[in-house]
Design a protein around this ligand. Structure first.
Ligand code: G6P
Ligand code: MG
Length: 219
């Protein structure tokens, strides 16, 4: 029986990819590194420190750990400042409707995000009240594709993974859900989340009715 839903944040509830892109691009330009939207796609769902390492690998740059942390912090300062412009209008279409519906039907709802800025993003959206549990980049040390963040969320909800559906837009996010034995809903193209149990192109199509009809035996 499905009793709980665990949502990724960036790319599922709201689209922060462009803000992350702008902040990484500013850092890359300052450092004289190559960075474009294709490379930004590879950062979907992975932690800040994993992200900067992907960018450095691509640019064949080697730096000591302290400098890497400093640069990642610089990027984060730019990103956090850009979040000030985010408002309650910035849910991805369909996301707020689904969260509202799940609340009214009495499901348990958690956040399972790799972001250390999840609380700030949820505040900007005025979305805190939709969640019983908030799992973010500060909750666990092993990031996706490890299942730890989703296991943290389900444990806090008091539910085993097989009673929960994870919503994810990242390839590594679906890997994490599967590694933890969660049911999974992929949001995005087949090439990215085709390995999810079910997939929708956008959150707009991911209504509770549609989800229930795909996971018939579980409701
Ligand atoms: C999300 C995004 C990633 C980002 C990660 C860490 O998963 O999809 O692109 O790198 O969060 O975000 P943070 O806000 O902690 O830098
Ligand atoms: Mg995501």
């Amino acid at each position: 029986m499905i009793k709980g839903f665990i949502f990724d944040l960036d790319g599922v509830i709201t689209d922060t990819a462009e803000l992350h892109y702008a902040a990484w691009k500013k850092l890359a330009d300052d450092m004289g590194w190559q960075f474009d939207r294709d490379l930004n796609e590879k950062l979907r769902g992975i932690s800040r420190m994993d992200s900067i390492k992907v960018i450095m690998d691509y640019n064949k740059v080697f730096l000591d750990e302290e400098t890497i942390v400093e640069l990642a912090t610089k990027k984060n300062d730019i990103y956090v400042e850009s979040l000030d412009s985010m408002t309650q209008e910035d849910y991805l279409p369909g996301a707020k409707e689904l969260l509202t519906h799940l609340r009214s039907e009495g499901f348990s709802v958690a956040l399972g995000s790799a972001s250390k800025n999840a609380n700030k993003v949820l505040k900007q959206l005025n979305a805190i009240h939709f969640f019983d549990v908030i799992g973010d980049g500060n909750s666990v040390s092993k990031s996706k594709p490890a299942p730890d963040i989703f296991l943290f969320a389900s444990e806090k909800l008091g539910l085993p993974p097989e009673n929960c559906i994870v919503f994810e837009d990242a390839e590594k996010g679906i890997d994490a859900a599967k590694a933890g034995n969660f049911h999974s809903v992929g949001i995005g193209p087949k090439e990215r989340v085709g390995h999810a149990d079910i997939r929708f192109n956008t959150m707009k199509e991911a209504t509770l009715f549609e989800v229930k009809s795909h996971f018939k035996d579980l409701f």
